[in-house]
Design a protein around this ligand. Sequence first.
Ligand code: XBP
Ligand code: MG
Length: 242
Amino acid sequence: MLKALVFDVDGTLADTESVHRAAFNQAFAECGLDWHWDEALYTELLNISGGMERMQHYWQMHNPQMRERGSLALQDTLHRLHARKTAAYMEAVNGGAVQLRPGVLTLMDQALAQGLQLAIATTTSPANIAALLDRDLGADWRMRFTAIGDASTAPLKKPHPQVYLHMLDAMQLKPAQCLAFEDSFNGLQASRAAGLATVITPTHYTAGHDFTGALRVLPDLGHADLELLRTWHADSLNGISP
Ligand code: XBP
Ligand code: MG
């Protein structure tokens, strides 16, 4: 029996990664770095979940001789860079740079009207979630969600299942009672490792990812109402494949 929907944020609730990419590049320029992440490079770097981890990986690529990977100086620099990036991202989102993807709001409303719980399971920062949902769901957006798992509560980033395991615990539900919504390979690995059936809605950044194990891959959530999702979910529990 489906009891909850668990949503990833970036790429799933909204197609945000182009705005993240611009914010990274703005922070690099403001901090005097000659780094520039173009679309092709960023598509690669998105294989690393978490902005901090992504920048550390890129730094390591550029400084292979670097010994003190975890040195305080490097960590301090990365934290300062990430703070500037998050500020730039929030400014862009507050300015209307992204909207919820098709079908997201309708599905959330349907689920709440039928007594399902909603949760968020993301690797992005809490401030980024608030900027997006304050704008698109209103200041009381948190009332819609039983639980929110993000970079501040689940430091082990996707494909690690930590954030999904936290949400199951917070909702006091079993994986079989939930349905996850993701956009990427790492996200699918995380939700599947936690035992959740998962619907994928890729973006242009993740269209080429391996979605083996997904319950369905849809262009967006405008292509499935709650009844159809309940049927697919029940089929998956009964071992009926698409
Ligand atoms: C996608 C991510 C995040 C964003 C950047 O998160 O991996 O790192 O790319 O946001 P999701 P931060 O799990 O929602 O798809 O810079 O805050 O990490
Ligand atoms: Mg995502």
